[in-house]
Design a protein around this ligand. Structure first.
Ligand code: G3P
Length: 219
């Protein structure tokens, strides 16, 4: 992925059951029409279903640093890949893990040729995480997640400081409170290499309309 708009489905009821396919297809329609790179992050049980229905990069919301084989109930990268996933979020603010596990998972995903997107809450965390050289680091201030107040407008400095902290080691993307084209435009102007978004799309009355609105800001 180069400059992705990543849609995190989280555990929103709006995308439960077959509705997960409807949102993924809406994303695909916009990606094709506007020629913007859009990736989807459905819940784990929906990975294979989404992979069967769309040709978009499919990102896990989380993977566990557990072994392949006897690790009941955990979700490991190798098995995720077998169902069509091409990458994973790691250390999302709603699912934090230890630095040691982050390092191990980034390496493991790299070995599998899967994209790693590690989330961070602060620029100092970006700095620490960048030592592992994940493909992307997503800066997301937790207080703005789901708030409708965009990180790019409420706290532009956290984006620029994160880019500085990551140096050449990882690309920085951002998320939290992104709901409109202007929020995306501002983030990209600040140097963000992509966007991570959830509620702004999932709660919208028209998925296609809202994804197109945000995607237009990526161009
Ligand atoms: O992973 C995306 C995320 O945490 C941002 O959520 O609802 O503010 O777009 P939201």
């Amino acid at each position: 992925m180069k400059r992705p708009l990543i849609i995190n489905f989280k555990n929103y009821d709006e995308v439960s059951g077959q509705r997960v396919v409807k949102l993924a297809k809406a994303a695909q329609a916009v990606a094709r029409k506007l020629k913007v790179e859009i990736a989807v992050a459905p819940t784990q049980p929906a990975l294979a279903l989404v992979a069967r229905n769309v040709k978009l990069p499919i990102i896990c919301q989380h993977v566990d640093d557990q072994k392949v084989g006897s690790s009941t109930g955990y979700f490991v990268p190798e098995i995720a890949k077998s169902y069509g996933a091409s990458g994973s979020l790691i250390n999302h603010s709603e699912h934090r893990i230890e630095m040691k596990q982050i390092a191990s998972l980034v390496e493991r995903l790299r070995g599998l040729h899967m994209t790693s997107i590690v989330c961070a809450r602060e620029p100092w965390e970006v700095m620490e995480i960048s030592a592992f050289q994940p493909d992307f680091i997503a800066i997301e201030p937790p207080e703005l997640i789901g708030s409708g107040r965009a990180v790019s407008k409420e706290n532009p400095a956290i984006i620029t400081k994160s880019i500085e902290a990551a140096g050449m080691r990882s690309k920085v993307i951002c998320g939290a409170g992104i709901t409109g084209r202007g929020d995306v435009l501002k983030a990209m102007e600040l140097g963000s290499r992509g966007i991570l978004v959830a509620s702004g799309i999932i709660k919208a009355s028209s998925w296609v309309g809202k994804i197109a609105d945000l995607a237009a800001g990526m161009k």
